[in-house]
Design a protein around this ligand. Structure first.
Ligand SMILES: Cc1cc2nc3c(=O)[nH]c(=O)nc-3n(C[C@H](O)[C@H](O)[C@H](O)COP(=O)(O)OP(=O)(O)OC[C@H]3O[C@@H](n4cnc5c(N)ncnc54)[C@H](O)[C@@H]3O)c2cc1C
Length: 423
């Protein structure tokens, strides 16, 4: 099977109405969908990866993510880390603070026994690296720009209907697969169409996201700063830049997002580490609503949901993508150990559902607790917070335990033995 990764080859692959049937169809080439495809490359299974947004535009998302050590292990297992590492920013210190309270907690690599606490990767860089790796995968066909509109189960096959997302060439095609994986993001039309329910709530907060350029090399620190209006994450990027994720009540977030650059910096500065003194430029600002959501079941007939399609959480602690990568890891392991003829059987997918549902529920619950505990000025809770910070600062084993939990290392990890071919 040929790889159809370069956009110029798409029309060749996409012209037939009946596309070649595959073992696994992955819908959505965000970081989670791309990572699953990378884990399944060279596996002998036929894989289709379908993405609605054209290649170039997908890469322009200005988003950046804190990657935990668990995500690094997954990327190492599937032979991606070596190519990614030169382009991500390791950070050796995480500073946790509560408003103006002078007692701060620092997390170090020694607390995890690793060389860095974590890494920050930009969406475009991670996506390009994964796409580059997939170009040489003989068993992965990339359909882009194609939008999946329906998924119907017909006996031992799922049949996807795709429409070309290129308005100049409107086309419809069908693609048969033993298993369909929805990695199509938080709105996941496919999840809804398959009748998979979700539970959760919306927060009364939105995140204002911006990239800051600073004049001089700054300390490589990742900050989690809690304010009564909501948490603020400040992540170091490669090249004297920081990514700020500032959570505020909706109206305040909208007002801050609408400020001009000068006024925005003036408003932001009191909330930043004073060492980040000279901010020379502010990149495009975006605003995201925040919510918590998890599906009631990760599996349906010949169907699985992963990544943001399965769960969304508050950005505090930078968990969302890390959870999605762990889904991809566990699902790849499940797929690679299931005989081809049983791929897509609900019974063989139930183990994946059981494992991922409770692990993700724990982390989602923790982000919710953190946000509720810290995003207010009610004095009894303020007192509890200060006690917690004092305990974290003075009782090292407790600090290590909390860090291991927040970075996913306390929970059982999937195996990576099956990935030897992908490497
Ligand atoms: C402000 C903010 C900060 C964050 N910071 C962090 C962080 O520091 N660390 C972290 O781990 N997480 C973080 N997250 C969470 C993270 O952004 C998400 O968890 C992650 O991007 C989800 O990736 P995904 O691949 O599941 O979904 P997406 O990135 O949404 O990708 C879904 C893809 O599916 C495609 N698609 C959709 N429908 C169709 C269709 N019908 N047919 C074909 N293709 C389709 C879309 O075009 C898209 O490319 C943050 C989130 C926010 C809002």
């Amino acid at each position: 099977m040929t790889s159809a990764f370069a956009p110029s080859e798409q029309s060749l692959v996409a012209s037939p109405q009946e596309l070649p049937a595959v073992d696994v169809a992955i819908v959505g080439a965000g970081i989670v969908g791309l990572s699953l495809a990378c884990a399944l490359r060279n596996s002998g299974l036929a894989i289709a990866l379908i993405e609605a947004i054209p290649y170039a535009r997908e890469n322009t998302k200005g988003q950046a993510y804190a990657l935990h050590q668990v995500s690094r292990r997954f990327f190492e297992g599937i032979g991606v880390w070596d190519k990614l590492m030169p382009h991500v920013q390791p950070f050796e210190l995480v500073q946790l603070s509560d408003g103006e309270y002078p007692l701060q907690v620092y997390f170090h690599p020694e607390d995890l026994g690793t060389e860095a606490v974590g890494y920050v990767g930009e969406h475009a860089v991670i996506a390009e690296t994964l796409q580059g790796i997939l170009q040489s995968a003989r068993n992965v066909i990339f359909y882009c720009p194609w939008r999946v509109v329906t998924n119907e189960v017909k006996g031992d096959r799922a049949e996807l209907t795709l429409i070309s997302a290129d308005p100049a060439q409107p086309k419809v095609a069908h693609l048969g697969a033993r298993l369909v994986v929805a990695a199509d993001g938080g709105r996941s039309p496919l999840r809804q169409q398959m009748g998979i329910e979700s539970k959760g709530w919306k927060y009364r907060q939105s995140c204002v996201v911006a990239t800051l350029n600073v004049a001089h090399p700054q300390p490589v620190i990742a900050y989690e700063r809690f304010w009564p209006t909501g948490p603020m994450g400040v992540l170091p990027l490669v090249g004297n830049r920081y990514r700020v994720v500032w959570t505020l009540p909706h109206e305040q977030a909208e007002a801050v997002a609408a400020l001009d650059d000068r006024a925005f910096v003036a408003k932001l500065r009191p909330y930043l580490d004073p060492r980040m003194a000279e901010i020379t430029a502010v990149g495009d600002r975006c605003i995201f609503p925040t919510q918590l959501m998890q599906v009631t079941s990760y599996v349906g007939d010949r169907f699985v949901v992963i990544g943001d399609a399965a769960h969304r959480c508050h950005p505090v602690g930078g968990q969302g993508l890390n959870l999605g990568l762990r889904d991809a890891w566990a699902l790849a392991q499940e797929i690679l150990t299931t005989p081809r003829e049983r791929l897509g059987d609900r019974s063989s997918l139930m183990q994946f559902h059981r494992q991922r549902w409770w692990q993700n529920a724990l982390t989602l619950g923790f982000t919710d607790l953190l946000n509720r505990l810290f995003s207010n000025a009610w004095w009894p809770l303020v007192a509890v917070r200060h006690c917690i910070l004092w305990l974290l600062r003075t009782v090292s084993p407790l600090k290590r335990l909390v860090l291991r939990f927040m970075t996913g290392l306390l929970l059982p990890l999937p195996s990576d033995r099956q990935f030897s071919k992908a490497r």
